[in-house]
Design a protein around this ligand. Structure first.
Ligand code: B12
Length: 218
Protein backbone atom coordinates (compact mmCIF):
# COMPACT_ATOMS: atom_id res chain seq x y z
CA UNK A 1 0.00 0.00 0.00
CA UNK A 2 1.37 3.46 -0.88
CA UNK A 3 1.54 6.26 1.69
CA UNK A 4 -1.30 8.02 -0.04
CA UNK A 5 -3.52 4.95 0.09
CA UNK A 6 -2.70 4.62 3.77
CA UNK A 7 -3.87 8.19 4.33
CA UNK A 8 -7.16 7.56 2.49
CA UNK A 9 -7.71 4.44 4.54
CA UNK A 10 -7.19 6.30 7.81
CA UNK A 11 -9.66 9.00 6.79
CA UNK A 12 -12.13 6.30 5.79
CA UNK A 13 -11.68 4.44 9.09
CA UNK A 14 -12.21 7.57 11.21
CA UNK A 15 -15.62 8.11 9.57
CA UNK A 16 -16.55 4.44 9.82
CA UNK A 17 -15.69 4.76 13.54
CA UNK A 18 -17.97 7.86 13.69
CA UNK A 19 -15.01 9.72 15.19
CA UNK A 20 -15.19 13.40 14.17
CA UNK A 21 -12.08 14.45 16.14
CA UNK A 22 -10.05 11.75 14.46
CA UNK A 23 -11.49 12.62 11.02
CA UNK A 24 -10.35 16.23 11.48
CA UNK A 25 -6.94 15.10 12.70
CA UNK A 26 -6.23 12.69 9.85
CA UNK A 27 -7.58 15.15 7.26
CA UNK A 28 -5.06 17.70 8.57
CA UNK A 29 -2.29 15.12 8.37
CA UNK A 30 -3.28 14.30 4.80
CA UNK A 31 -3.07 17.96 3.77
CA UNK A 32 0.25 18.43 5.58
CA UNK A 33 1.69 15.48 3.70
CA UNK A 34 0.77 17.14 0.40
CA UNK A 35 -2.35 15.19 -0.65
CA UNK A 36 -4.93 17.18 -2.63
CA UNK A 37 -8.04 17.94 -0.51
CA UNK A 38 -10.41 16.82 -3.26
CA UNK A 39 -8.64 13.45 -3.42
CA UNK A 40 -9.05 13.04 0.34
CA UNK A 41 -12.77 13.68 -0.11
CA UNK A 42 -13.34 11.36 -3.05
CA UNK A 43 -11.10 8.48 -1.98
CA UNK A 44 -11.49 8.70 1.80
CA UNK A 45 -14.65 10.54 2.89
CA UNK A 46 -16.95 9.53 0.06
CA UNK A 47 -15.82 5.92 0.12
CA UNK A 48 -16.60 5.69 3.86
CA UNK A 49 -20.05 7.21 3.39
CA UNK A 50 -20.82 4.78 0.58
CA UNK A 51 -19.96 1.90 2.87
CA UNK A 52 -22.17 3.34 5.62
CA UNK A 53 -24.99 3.74 3.08
CA UNK A 54 -24.69 0.12 1.98
CA UNK A 55 -24.68 -1.14 5.56
CA UNK A 56 -27.76 0.96 6.27
CA UNK A 57 -29.47 -0.62 3.27
CA UNK A 58 -28.74 -4.15 4.50
CA UNK A 59 -29.94 -3.34 8.03
CA UNK A 60 -26.49 -3.61 9.58
CA UNK A 61 -26.54 0.08 10.56
CA UNK A 62 -29.36 2.50 11.41
CA UNK A 63 -30.28 6.13 10.74
CA UNK A 64 -28.35 7.25 13.81
CA UNK A 65 -25.22 5.81 12.15
CA UNK A 66 -25.91 7.69 8.90
CA UNK A 67 -26.15 10.85 10.99
CA UNK A 68 -22.99 10.13 12.99
CA UNK A 69 -20.96 9.28 9.89
CA UNK A 70 -22.36 12.36 8.12
CA UNK A 71 -21.40 14.51 11.09
CA UNK A 72 -17.82 13.17 11.20
CA UNK A 73 -17.50 13.67 7.42
CA UNK A 74 -18.92 17.18 7.64
CA UNK A 75 -16.41 18.13 10.32
CA UNK A 76 -13.42 16.95 8.26
CA UNK A 77 -14.81 18.80 5.23
CA UNK A 78 -15.86 22.04 6.90
CA UNK A 79 -12.94 22.35 9.33
CA UNK A 80 -10.12 21.20 7.07
CA UNK A 81 -10.80 20.19 3.46
CA UNK A 82 -13.21 22.87 2.24
CA UNK A 83 -11.07 25.82 3.47
CA UNK A 84 -8.09 24.13 1.83
CA UNK A 85 -9.88 23.84 -1.53
CA UNK A 86 -11.01 27.46 -1.27
CA UNK A 87 -7.52 28.65 -0.45
CA UNK A 88 -6.23 27.15 -3.68
CA UNK A 89 -8.86 29.05 -5.61
CA UNK A 90 -7.87 32.48 -4.41
CA UNK A 91 -5.63 33.31 -7.34
CA UNK A 92 -8.01 32.09 -10.04
CA UNK A 93 -10.03 34.55 -12.12
CA UNK A 94 -13.79 34.74 -11.95
CA UNK A 95 -15.37 32.67 -14.72
CA UNK A 96 -19.10 32.83 -14.02
CA UNK A 97 -21.84 32.82 -11.46
CA UNK A 98 -23.38 29.67 -9.98
CA UNK A 99 -26.42 29.14 -7.78
CA UNK A 100 -26.53 25.75 -6.09
CA UNK A 101 -28.73 23.92 -3.62
CA UNK A 102 -30.20 20.58 -2.56
CA UNK A 103 -33.81 20.23 -3.71
CA UNK A 104 -36.94 20.39 -1.53
CA UNK A 105 -37.53 17.40 0.73
CA UNK A 106 -33.85 16.47 0.77
CA UNK A 107 -31.45 17.38 3.58
CA UNK A 108 -28.32 15.67 2.19
CA UNK A 109 -25.82 18.48 1.85
CA UNK A 110 -22.31 17.05 2.03
CA UNK A 111 -21.91 16.43 -1.72
CA UNK A 112 -23.46 19.76 -2.65
CA UNK A 113 -21.12 21.57 -0.24
CA UNK A 114 -18.10 19.89 -1.81
CA UNK A 115 -19.26 20.82 -5.31
CA UNK A 116 -19.74 24.46 -4.17
CA UNK A 117 -16.21 24.55 -2.76
CA UNK A 118 -14.75 23.08 -5.96
CA UNK A 119 -16.60 25.58 -8.14
CA UNK A 120 -15.50 28.44 -5.93
CA UNK A 121 -11.93 27.19 -6.12
CA UNK A 122 -12.06 27.03 -9.90
CA UNK A 123 -13.03 30.68 -10.17
CA UNK A 124 -16.83 30.76 -10.03
CA UNK A 125 -18.80 33.12 -7.86
CA UNK A 126 -21.03 30.71 -5.91
CA UNK A 127 -24.23 31.26 -3.97
CA UNK A 128 -25.10 28.20 -1.93
CA UNK A 129 -28.82 28.15 -1.19
CA UNK A 130 -28.39 25.26 1.25
CA UNK A 131 -30.53 22.14 1.57
CA UNK A 132 -34.26 21.42 1.29
CA UNK A 133 -34.61 24.40 -1.06
CA UNK A 134 -38.21 25.02 -2.21
CA UNK A 135 -38.89 25.12 -5.97
CA UNK A 136 -40.07 28.75 -5.68
CA UNK A 137 -36.78 29.74 -4.04
CA UNK A 138 -34.75 28.33 -6.93
CA UNK A 139 -36.97 30.20 -9.39
CA UNK A 140 -36.89 33.46 -7.43
CA UNK A 141 -33.12 33.37 -6.99
CA UNK A 142 -32.53 32.64 -10.69
CA UNK A 143 -34.73 35.63 -11.52
CA UNK A 144 -33.01 37.93 -9.03
CA UNK A 145 -29.40 36.83 -9.33
CA UNK A 146 -29.28 35.97 -13.03
CA UNK A 147 -26.63 33.23 -12.61
CA UNK A 148 -24.87 31.49 -15.52
CA UNK A 149 -25.51 28.08 -13.96
CA UNK A 150 -28.06 26.58 -11.60
CA UNK A 151 -26.82 23.43 -9.82
CA UNK A 152 -29.23 21.04 -8.12
CA UNK A 153 -28.33 18.14 -5.86
CA UNK A 154 -30.66 15.24 -4.95
CA UNK A 155 -29.79 12.07 -3.02
CA UNK A 156 -33.13 10.35 -2.65
CA UNK A 157 -35.19 8.49 -5.23
CA UNK A 158 -38.14 10.50 -3.91
CA UNK A 159 -36.45 13.87 -4.48
CA UNK A 160 -34.77 13.34 -7.87
CA UNK A 161 -38.08 14.21 -9.61
CA UNK A 162 -37.94 17.64 -7.96
CA UNK A 163 -35.02 18.51 -10.28
CA UNK A 164 -37.47 18.07 -13.13
CA UNK A 165 -40.10 20.16 -11.32
CA UNK A 166 -37.63 23.03 -10.96
CA UNK A 167 -36.75 22.91 -14.67
CA UNK A 168 -40.46 22.98 -15.52
CA UNK A 169 -41.03 25.90 -13.14
CA UNK A 170 -38.17 27.81 -14.81
CA UNK A 171 -39.76 27.11 -18.18
CA UNK A 172 -43.11 28.42 -16.98
CA UNK A 173 -41.50 31.65 -15.79
CA UNK A 174 -39.67 32.12 -19.10
CA UNK A 175 -36.30 31.69 -17.37
CA UNK A 176 -35.14 28.36 -18.76
CA UNK A 177 -33.19 29.86 -21.68
CA UNK A 178 -31.42 32.33 -19.41
CA UNK A 179 -29.61 29.77 -17.25
CA UNK A 180 -27.72 26.50 -17.75
CA UNK A 181 -28.90 23.72 -15.45
CA UNK A 182 -26.50 21.16 -13.98
CA UNK A 183 -27.67 18.22 -11.87
CA UNK A 184 -25.98 15.72 -9.58
CA UNK A 185 -26.22 13.54 -6.47
CA UNK A 186 -25.45 9.85 -5.98
CA UNK A 187 -28.55 8.39 -7.69
CA UNK A 188 -28.60 10.92 -10.56
CA UNK A 189 -27.36 9.72 -13.97
CA UNK A 190 -26.48 11.17 -17.35
CA UNK A 191 -29.64 9.54 -18.74
CA UNK A 192 -31.80 11.27 -16.12
CA UNK A 193 -30.14 14.60 -16.84
CA UNK A 194 -30.94 14.19 -20.54
CA UNK A 195 -34.48 13.04 -19.85
CA UNK A 196 -35.32 16.16 -17.85
CA UNK A 197 -33.54 18.49 -20.27
CA UNK A 198 -30.68 19.52 -17.95
CA UNK A 199 -27.62 20.94 -19.68
CA UNK A 200 -25.09 18.88 -17.74
CA UNK A 201 -24.59 16.10 -15.21
CA UNK A 202 -21.63 15.84 -12.84
CA UNK A 203 -20.66 12.51 -11.32
CA UNK A 204 -18.40 14.09 -8.70
CA UNK A 205 -16.96 17.46 -7.69
CA UNK A 206 -14.14 17.43 -10.24
CA UNK A 207 -16.51 16.45 -13.04
CA UNK A 208 -18.92 19.17 -11.87
CA UNK A 209 -16.13 21.74 -12.13
CA UNK A 210 -15.12 20.60 -15.62
CA UNK A 211 -18.72 20.57 -16.88
CA UNK A 212 -19.43 23.98 -15.34
CA UNK A 213 -16.40 25.49 -17.08
CA UNK A 214 -17.53 23.97 -20.37
CA UNK A 215 -21.02 25.40 -19.90
CA UNK A 216 -19.68 28.93 -19.59
CA UNK A 217 -17.05 28.39 -22.30
CA UNK A 218 -14.15 28.92 -19.88
C1 B12 B 1 -24.83 10.92 5.30
C2 B12 B 1 -26.18 10.43 4.83
C3 B12 B 1 -27.31 10.96 5.46
C4 B12 B 1 -27.24 12.12 6.46
C5 B12 B 1 -26.98 13.44 5.69
C6 B12 B 1 -26.18 14.44 6.50
C7 B12 B 1 -25.86 15.68 5.75
N1 B12 B 1 -25.58 16.70 6.53
O1 B12 B 1 -25.82 15.77 4.52
C8 B12 B 1 -28.65 12.04 7.14
C9 B12 B 1 -28.54 11.26 8.44
C10 B12 B 1 -29.32 13.38 7.43
C11 B12 B 1 -29.44 11.20 6.13
C12 B12 B 1 -30.82 11.12 6.15
C13 B12 B 1 -31.57 10.27 5.32
N2 B12 B 1 -31.08 9.41 4.43
CO1 B12 B 1 -29.24 9.39 3.89
N3 B12 B 1 -27.48 8.98 3.44
C14 B12 B 1 -26.29 9.45 3.79
C15 B12 B 1 -25.14 8.72 3.04
C16 B12 B 1 -24.55 7.66 3.99
C17 B12 B 1 -24.01 9.57 2.52
C18 B12 B 1 -24.40 10.75 1.61
C19 B12 B 1 -23.19 11.59 1.35
O2 B12 B 1 -22.98 12.62 1.99
N4 B12 B 1 -22.29 11.10 0.47
C20 B12 B 1 -20.97 11.71 0.22
C21 B12 B 1 -21.02 12.77 -0.84
C22 B12 B 1 -19.60 13.33 -1.06
O3 B12 B 1 -21.44 12.17 -2.03
P1 B12 B 1 -22.69 12.71 -2.88
O4 B12 B 1 -23.68 13.33 -2.00
O5 B12 B 1 -23.10 11.64 -3.80
O6 B12 B 1 -22.05 13.91 -3.73
C23 B12 B 1 -21.09 13.75 -4.76
C24 B12 B 1 -21.71 13.51 -6.16
O7 B12 B 1 -22.96 12.87 -6.12
C25 B12 B 1 -21.74 14.85 -6.79
N5 B12 B 1 -22.85 15.77 -6.54
C26 B12 B 1 -23.63 15.91 -5.46
N6 B12 B 1 -24.47 16.93 -5.59
C27 B12 B 1 -24.24 17.49 -6.79
C28 B12 B 1 -24.83 18.57 -7.42
C29 B12 B 1 -24.41 18.94 -8.69
C30 B12 B 1 -25.03 20.11 -9.36
C31 B12 B 1 -23.39 18.17 -9.35
C32 B12 B 1 -22.97 18.53 -10.71
C33 B12 B 1 -22.79 17.08 -8.69
C34 B12 B 1 -23.21 16.75 -7.43
O8 B12 B 1 -20.55 15.44 -6.29
C35 B12 B 1 -20.41 15.09 -4.90
C36 B12 B 1 -18.94 15.12 -4.56
O9 B12 B 1 -18.23 14.11 -5.22
C37 B12 B 1 -25.92 8.09 1.83
C38 B12 B 1 -25.28 6.85 1.21
C39 B12 B 1 -24.66 7.12 -0.16
N7 B12 B 1 -24.17 6.10 -0.77
O10 B12 B 1 -24.66 8.20 -0.69
C40 B12 B 1 -27.31 7.85 2.45
C41 B12 B 1 -28.59 7.80 1.57
C42 B12 B 1 -28.51 8.86 0.47
N8 B12 B 1 -29.66 8.13 2.50
C43 B12 B 1 -30.70 7.41 2.29
C44 B12 B 1 -31.90 7.52 3.05
C45 B12 B 1 -32.98 6.50 2.76
C46 B12 B 1 -32.07 8.53 4.01
C47 B12 B 1 -33.34 8.81 4.84
C48 B12 B 1 -34.67 8.75 4.06
C49 B12 B 1 -33.34 7.83 6.04
C50 B12 B 1 -34.57 7.90 6.94
N9 B12 B 1 -35.25 6.79 7.02
O11 B12 B 1 -34.88 8.92 7.52
C51 B12 B 1 -33.06 10.24 5.37
C52 B12 B 1 -33.63 11.32 4.43
C53 B12 B 1 -33.69 12.67 5.02
C54 B12 B 1 -34.07 13.70 3.98
N10 B12 B 1 -35.32 14.10 3.94
O12 B12 B 1 -33.24 14.12 3.19
C55 B12 B 1 -30.53 6.44 1.12
C56 B12 B 1 -31.30 6.91 -0.13
C57 B12 B 1 -31.97 5.76 -0.87
C58 B12 B 1 -32.72 6.26 -2.05
N11 B12 B 1 -32.34 5.77 -3.21
O13 B12 B 1 -33.62 7.04 -1.96
C59 B12 B 1 -29.01 6.35 1.00
C60 B12 B 1 -28.50 6.08 -0.44
C61 B12 B 1 -28.52 5.23 1.96
C62 B12 B 1 -28.95 3.85 1.47
N12 B12 B 1 -28.10 3.14 0.77
O14 B12 B 1 -30.06 3.44 1.74
N13 B12 B 1 -28.63 10.56 5.28
Amino acid sequence: MTRKEEVFERVEKSILDFDGDKAVEVAKEAINSGVEPVEVIERGVRKALETVGKKYETGELFIIHLAAAGEAANRAINEVLKPEIEKKGEEIHFTGKVLIGTVAGDIHEIGKTIVSAMLLASGFEVTDLGKDVPIETFVREVKEQNPDILGMSALLSTTIPVQKDVIEALQKEGLRDKVKVMVGGAPVTQEWAEEIGADAYGVDAVDAMKKARKLVGA
